[in-house]
Design a binder for this molecule. Sequence first.
Ligand code: 7PJ
Length: 288
Amino acid sequence: MQDRYAMPMQLRCGRHQLDLSYPRVMGILNVTPDSFSDGGRHNALDEAVYRAETMLAEGAAIIDIGGESTRPGASPVPLQEELDRVLPVVERLVSELDALVSLDTSRGEVMREAASRGAGMINDVRSLRWPGALEAAAMSGLPVCVMHMLGEPTDMQLAPHYEMPIEEAVAAFLETRIAECEAAGIRREQLVLDPGFGFGKRVEHNLRLLNRMQPLTDFGLPLLAGMSRKSMIGKVLARPVEERLSGGLALATMAVERGARIVRVHDVGPTVDAVNMTWAVLQEGTDA
Ligand code: 7PJ
């Protein structure tokens, strides 16, 4: 059997190389006025740079910049507004902190502009399904995170329903997206896969998907898991968004145990410790 913990995985992220032979933490940097987890307090440019600096010091390997809220019910922002929000942040994180920046966007124009300013990764919750996104991502040569989502943020949580077990629906979707990315000229080794926790899924879907995530490692590509502060924690534990760290650490631990190589979180420091502790255990006694 292939040892899922020993897969050699390297992503070429522009000037950066990302070693995913062990699990890494991606820190979330929202630059939206309405981002639900930090209420838009990090909107000012200086504050965003400071926040990123802190996350890097805490051990984040990647800073994921998002200028469009994808929370349930949110509508897309105008293109120019998204560009105005994210590009100055990309520029400063690249030039001042030499950070590996990923861009949480669905727009080809944003991907192109961010790539030209030194962004190192594309993270698209719509998996390059918007017009022009596949081409822009392919042109950039950057790694792309493709994520499962049922519907759009505007409607995805209305009544999510699946005709097959959630993990099978996610695997089938990702298989199709991998093929379409490859057909557009994106190298398979530059893809990262994400089950898309909270995107068109009920709480039972999310819990089951995490529990059954391990077969997704059979694609031979790195897995990313994003569950930080999400409502699956709130619903199980009856906690408001600012009291979901412990639940999130449990989920990050389980994701790494099931093969995730990137964990996308708000609380970088505690998650780095949880992930590194989990990894230390997995290194001992896993058959190579
Ligand atoms: C995710 C994301 C996720 C990836 C968001 C939030 C909502 N990108 N962007 N995976 N979630 N790849 O952070 O709560 O789960 S925005």
